[in-house]
Design a protein around this ligand. Sequence first.
Ligand SMILES: *Cc1c(COP(=O)(O)O)cnc(C)c1O
Length: 390
Amino acid sequence: MTNEDVKKLSGEFIANTYSRFDVAIESGKGVFCKDFDGKEYIDFTSGIGVNSLGFCDNKWIDAIARQARTLNHTSNLYYTLPGARLAEKLCLRTGMKKVFFSNSGAEANECAIKAARKYSFDKYGADRYEIITLQNSFHGRTIATLSATGQSVFHKFFDPFVEGFVYAKANDTEDLLSKITDKTCAIMLEVIQGEGGVLELMPGFLDEIAEVAQKKDILIIADEVQTGIGRCGTLFGYQGFQFVPNILSCAKGLAGGLPLGATLFDEKTADVLSPGSHATTFGANPIVCSAAEAVLDRLNQELLLDIMQKGIYMRVEIAKMPHVISVNGQGLMIGVEMDIDNKVVAQKCIQAGLLVLTAKDKLRLLPPLTITIEEARAGLDILNKVLSDM
Ligand SMILES: *Cc1c(COP(=O)(O)O)cnc(C)c1O
């Protein structure tokens, strides 16, 4: 099999929803992977922030294999241990009280939206259902999470969208406060907008809206699908700010390369979802939860500090490179603004053996959290060469 063979087979049978690079990845270990033509790459993408421990980490494999031999799946009609243990770990490290497990970021957000509306319904009745989200946000591809996504490019083809979402400008307190009405039940945000181009929310903005929200009993939902699980150098991105969300969603990096979403609830919202109000067949799958435990166990204070330091190192080095206008982000979530076409840069990086992502008109880097400084330097050397030759 060659790259071309895999591309041809996919073209024939896989729905044509992705524009892909001309590469088919065959295998990987750590920060390195290999395509079907035998070419090697350094990975600055982790999937899209999914492979927290890189490709095929040994302890992660052991956790999965052990659980696969013990119990692969039952259903949520019975109790199972890995999900309960994982939920305990997530709660202990955030102060949140309860967890609902699903299978993706969109589902974790869907659950957050349902819970926010039900919290308000239970307490205030039927008409308080509006959720304020931010312009340029990204919350997923289901109809409700697309409706929550504050980008009009996503609001076509699939009408009618879900009612009850109102969009406010990010980092504009006045605009957001002007959108609050008697119907508002929640504000949903990413502390760093990932797909929107690695754009950070300002601490002042977050503190101000969190204060008003608390006074009016409006819930804050943090979509930490991309910023969570150590990506920003804290277990969750909000932990680098003053505010604490009422509901938190995460997914991508949670199980280190297997599909798992989680919605975390604080004291206020812990008991909103009751038997029958929400469910999913695969939720808290034992194998996937064991994989996530392996990720969380690795993400101790030492690794979190290391992520912060590696992130600073990478941003400083990138800022010195030709064509770079600005570098931002936190930890190992890095956005690079350039004066040249980001798609061309990404293409050339891949040809030169470095996998990178784009977001809007930026280059986006989400390397594995376990990358070493030497590996980061090797990848940065490739990026520097690509930029120098343009
Ligand atoms: C990727 C992403 C989602 C959607 O996650 P899926 O697993 O693709 O459904 C939602 N929110 C944010 C912030 C994301 O980055």
